[in-house]
Design a protein around this ligand. Structure first.
Ligand SMILES: Cc1cc2nc3c(=O)[nH]c(=O)nc-3n(C[C@H](O)[C@H](O)[C@H](O)COP(=O)(O)OP(=O)(O)OC[C@H]3O[C@@H](n4cnc5c(N)ncnc54)[C@H](O)[C@@H]3O)c2cc1C
Length: 471
């Protein structure tokens, strides 16, 4: 049976909640769904059930998340909340296949707003797949939603606000930080702060975290990166290296640091998997070095009736995501004729202004934190790129040098053929291809097939309980 809605919003982060609020306010019958067990998305996620998170460790922005959740409340008659619901397929126009409660259900929509968030960007180097190496976001999530702290000496390396926020959270949680290494030189960080007459929250928070790390005596290094991690069965030591202006390691500057765990990451890139599965067009973005969906100012994608909002439409942080969600929700409500032109203009003006202000800062932000070509010099031919299938950089580059110009055509190496379908390796392989001289406009993402993530076979044989989405 298909459950019919006028609008379906995927993702309960700031973008999805904001979009649903605007749809609900207009009285539109909306399903707001998320695979997570509670609303909030990445940034406002509440501490996990069954875990004790000491006070002071939970993310500082929970209050904003709670405000958005409360705002949905009055529109409960219009909005059906469905947590623990994973969208895994889209087999026809206007219908999503959703796994929920161990079974399967179809949701149909006139308007779809996809707010699937961001995923982390990792630049691989020898040793990055050893047990004890985490992505920065995973470390942060473990600490702030489950109160779990990595044991022993912890090293953090990479770039961006998530690196400094995670450092502060770990330090507060009592982790032994063996060093914090930011690839961007200090001048880059300082220019971001100094250039803004009114700092967005992300900057004020990041500067406060930096100060906290400094006060706690953590060794802070700007313009440094990780070159290699050693260990027999798990992390034992790391080589750090000074980087030049283009991000490349400076020979002779290497230092060995004994460590037991490492957090790595070069910020975020849009998660565009569901958008692509539905059929929205993505393009390689030269400035941000990642695949980004094509949208207009209201979040309308290349597919009529489908909107993309939040980090999934272009990484910009929580406040940006809320603004994008509001605008997409308002536009969808207007195009369903549930609000008139005057109300649409009045309601969207405030959010358009907010977007303009954030846009100015985001241009600088991406200029500073988008990885430089030199950062990829730590990726050696033996470095694993596709973790599911163990495909190394050398094998991929050999095929590229032999004339291969298409990521999907690299699949005979088994790139992207594992359970994650290229979620981790696609962006890395695209960058390797670009560095081999393939123009960005020629880069196309891997072909994607449902199911979006591995699912138990039993889920296909069973329908979800009747009436599930209309709780
Ligand atoms: C690991 C990680 C940690 C982060 N930590 C911080 C932080 O500490 N501070 C900070 O300011 N910013 C942080 N960010 C960035 C921040 O999450 C975003 O800027 C902001 O939350 C984006 O909001 P959003 O609504 O676009 O997406 P998100 O908040 O990411 O929400 C997207 C939601 O979509 C759901 N979803 C995705 N695909 C599907 C599907 N197929 N079916 C069902 N549901 C789906 C996800 O479960 C998720 O809840 C983090 C990002 C990541 C990836």
């Amino acid at each position: 049976m298909t459950h019919r809605f006028q609008a379906v919003v995927v993702g309960m982060g700031p973008a999805g909640m904001a979009a649903a609020i605007e749809l609900g306010r207009a009285g539109i019958r909306t399903a707001l769904i998320d695979q997570a067990s509670s609303p909030g998305g990445q940034v406002y996620r509440q501490p996990s059930a069954g875990f004790r998170v000491p006070p002071g460790l939970a993310r500082p922005r929970h209050a904003t998340g709670k405000r958005l959740i409360r705002e949905i409340g009055p529109f409960g008659r219009s909005i059906s909340l469905l947590n623990g619901a994973l969208v895994w397929g889209a087999f026809g126009p206007g219908v999503l296949s959703v796994q929920h409660d161990g079974g399967n259900l179809d949701l149909s929509y006139e308007k779809l707003i996809v707010c699937e968030g961001a995923q982390e960007r990792v630049i691989p180097f020898p040793g990055w797949t050893l047990p004890g190496v985490f992505s920065i976001g995973a470390m942060q999530k473990m600490t702030s939603t489950q109160g779990i702290v990595p044991q022993g000496r912890v090293l953090l390396a990479g770039s961006g606000p998530l690196l400094v926020g995670t450092g502060a959270a770990l330090a507060r949680a009592g982790a032994r930080l063996a060093g914090w290494y930011e690839a961007v030189p200090f001048a880059g960080w300082a220019s971001l702060g100094l250039a803004m007459p009114r700092w967005p929250r992300l900057i004020t928070e990041s500067l406060a975290y930096l100060k906290e790390l400094f006060v706690r005596g953590v060794k802070l290094r700007f313009g440094w990166g990780l070159k290699r991690i050693y260990g027999n069965k798990c992390v034992e030591a790391a080589t750090i290296v000074r980087l030049d202006g283009g991000g490349a390691p400076i020979a002779g500057s290497e230092k060995q640091v004994p460590v037991d765990a490492a957090g790595i990451g070069f910020g975020l890139q849009p998660s565009v998997r569901l958008a692509r599965l539905v059929g929205c067009r993505t393009e390689y973005d030269w400035k941000r070095r990642c695949f980004t969906p094509v949208t207009d100012a209201w979040g309308q994608s290349s597919l009529p009736g489908v909107y993309l909002a939040g980090d999934g439409a272009g990484v910009g942080g929580a406040d940006w995501s809320e603004v994008q969600g509001r605008l997409a929700g308002l536009h969808a409500a207007w195009s369903l004729n549930r609000i008139d032109c005057r109300l649409f203009d009045e309601s969207s003006r405030k959010w358009t202004r907010a977007r303009r202000r954030l846009e100015a800062y985001l241009v600088r932000y991406h200029n500073i934190f988008t990885p430089r070509d030199g950062h990829y010099r730590v990726t050696t031919p033996e470095t694993v790129v596709c973790r599911c299938e163990g495909v190394c950089a050398g094998e991929l580059v050999k095929r590229m040098r032999a004339g291969e110009r298409d990521l999907t055509a690299l699949k005979p190496t088994r790139l992207g053929m594992g359970p994650c379908q290229g979620r981790g390796c696609e962006g890395i392989a695209a960058e390797l291809m670009r560095l081999e001289g393939v123009p960005g406009e020629c880069l196309k993402p891997l072909n994607l097939r449902p199911p979006l993530v591995p699912m138990p076979l039993s889920a296909f044989g069973r329908k979800a309980k009747e009436g599930c989405p209309a709780k």
